[in-house]
Write a protein that binds this ligand. Structure first.
Ligand SMILES: Cc1cc2nc3c(=O)[nH]c(=O)nc-3n(C[C@H](O)[C@H](O)[C@H](O)COP(=O)(O)OP(=O)(O)OC[C@H]3O[C@@H](n4cnc5c(N)ncnc54)[C@H](O)[C@@H]3O)c2cc1C
Length: 488
């Protein structure tokens, strides 16, 4: 450990206590992961519990010119919350107070470490909830949701996290505080809260968040449409949305994935089907009932074998439990799982799935598919065994080809899991050099030395390369870190 790190560690321990500073290798090793496939060991892990402690951590890092990486629950799937180049990992999961529940104005104010589902549970007695519902909502934090601009099955009708954030308070890497937005729907000046949302912890550390609370709908119905062909399921998706119907959720699981879910959760998905669509309609009773019949008719016309209606709340919950635990179910099949995230126009779903299948066969990997079909947000799952030499490389290479195929049909390289250190090199697939240069300049305005979450989101450190190299990083930048056309 460098002298600067040793001094910082001692000062942080004196101020926050030894239970809030992990400096031993065995403690730090627990934080070299998130939900993705990359790993990197932090030099220190620090757990501030209050805004004042967070400020002290940030100021200490600034004084010793140390790198800082914000972290919530570490469920991110793109390596955003790991210390790619070492430094101090700031774990925010002990800043977990719900500061205000204001039902009259439909707002909540929370600390960043509040777990997504805890906010909905807290607001449930009053008939409200927090609409963004990532499948990881039992564990992930609202700070992480903001940083990744997370979505979930209900994104189709309710939007992603940015549509539910009205105000943020955040600390810059030099220790100054900024406040963006508030409780009102709109504020004067540029939308800085919108800019921070989705910035993956590269601009500022978010310390308080004001979000909208959504009223629970009067009625909800869940349909399970069952298919003998994936193409028919894909056609149903565009048939539903082109008819002007917007279900609250429209999810698809292919045969391989739904069988894995059945083995684990017993959700009630027919094991002999090629795909299922899980469709939820919400709203007033008068609109949900006819909407449900219209969706059912469209699915049958597109080739569904059967469309079942969940008969009660218990069956509805079971169907959704299957979807929400699908990654866990998939994890039982192979020792390693790589969850991808790409976006395509929903009219291209069938075509893209065929392309993904061809790529998987070429790389000799097992692929499953589960996705937010209504938004065209695919999550191909690659099953592999990281212990076998070369398997990780094959999984990553196949994944990159699939993501490149998404970009090639006018889609995007991430729908909700972020870029992190997983896809920074793929950014040139969808952004021009000028676009990226502009993003670097925005980052430099917040984070001029590049000390906050380096090596994430943007593919190179043009503005701060020399400074970074002079800090004796774990992995100093080389010419291979510059913007390159990925080898896909
Ligand atoms: C089983 C499973 C299912 C998932 N399903 C979904 C899904 O349906 N939809 C979806 O969008 N994602 C999903 N994810 C991905 C992940 O859960 C989300 O990205 C989530 O928002 C990450 O929250 P976290 O608290 O775990 O953040 P972390 O993983 O700890 O961090 C994620 C990023 O946020 C930054 N960050 C964290 N806190 C702060 C803060 N306070 N200030 C600034 N930056 C911060 C980190 O630096 C990092 O870049 C899933 C993951 C798993 C494992």
């Amino acid at each position: 450990m460098s002298a600067a790190l040793q001094s910082a560690s001692a000062e942080l321990t004196a101020r926050l206590g030894s239970a809030a500073v992990f400096n031993q290798p065995v403690q730090r090793m627990l934080y070299e992961y998130d939900g993705g496939v990359d790993t990197a060991l932090p030099d220190l892990v620090v757990f501030p519990e209050t805004r004042e402690q967070l400020q002290f951590v940030v100021e200490t890092a600034a004084r010793y010119e140390l790198l800082l990486v914000p972290r919530g629950a570490g469920t991110g799937l793109s390596g955003g919350a790991i210390a790619r180049h070492g430094g101090i990992l700031v774990a925010l999961n002990r800043m977990r107070r719900i500061l205000a529940l204001d039902y009259a104005n439909q707002r909540a104010r929370v600390e960043p470490g509040v777990v997504n589902l805890e906010l909905s549970n807290a607001a449930a007695p009053a008939g409200y909830y927090f609409a963004p519902d990532p499948s990881s909502q039992q564990a992930c934090t609202i700070g992480g949701n903001v940083a990744e601009n997370s979505g979930g099955p209900h994104t189709l009708a309710y939007g992603v996290t940015v549509n539910h954030v009205t105000g943020l308070e955040a600390i810059l890497p030099d220790g100054r505080w900024i406040s963006a937005g508030g409780a009102a729907l709109d504020t004067a000046g540029p939308d800085i809260a919108g800019l921070l949302t989705g910035s993956e912890g590269t601009l500022a550390i978010v310390a308080a968040i004001t979000v909208k609370l959504t009223r629970r709908p009067e009625a909800a119905r869940t349909l399970l449409a069952i298919y003998d062909s994936i193409d028919a399921a894909a056609i149903s998706v565009s048939a539903i949305t082109s008819a002007g119907l917007i279900p609250a959720a429209l999810e698809m699981l292919d045969g391989f994935t739904l069988r894995a879910v059945e083995d684990y959760i017993h959700a009630g998905y027919p094991r002999d089907s090629a795909a299922v669509l899980l469709i939820e309609l919400e709203g007033l009773e008068e609109e949900v009932e006819p909407g449900m019949h219209a969706v059912r008719r469209l699915c049958l016309q597109a080739g569904a074998r059967e469309v079942q209606l969940a008969r009660d709340a218990e069956q509805r919950q079971r169907l959704w439990k299957g979807r929400k635990h699908a990654f866990g179910a998939a994890g039982r099949i192979a020792p390693s799982l790589y969850v991808m995230d790409g976006v395509i126009p929903r009219t291209r779903i069938a075509e893209l799935l065929r392309a993904a299948d061809e790529i998987a066969r070429r790389y000799k990997i097992q692929l499953g598919n589960i996705f937010h079909a209504g938004d065209g947000n695919l999550h191909p799952l690659v099953f592999f065994d990281q212990r076998q030499p070369g398997e990780l490389d094959r999984a990553v290479a196949a994944s990159r080809e699939i993501i490149a195929a998404c970009a090639a049909v006018g889609g995007s390289i991430s729908g909700e899991h972020g870029i992190g250190m997983e896809k920074d090199q793929l950014m040139p697939l969808i952004f021009s050099e000028d676009d990226l240069d502009f993003m670097h300049r925005i980052r430099a305005a917040f984070n001029p030395q590049g000390r906050l979450n380096p090596g994430k989101l943007l593919p190179e450190f043009r503005a701060c390369r020399e400074t970074m190299n002079s800090w004796q990083l774990n992995a100093p930048f080389s010419s291979s870190d510059s913007v390159v056309s990925p080898n896909v």
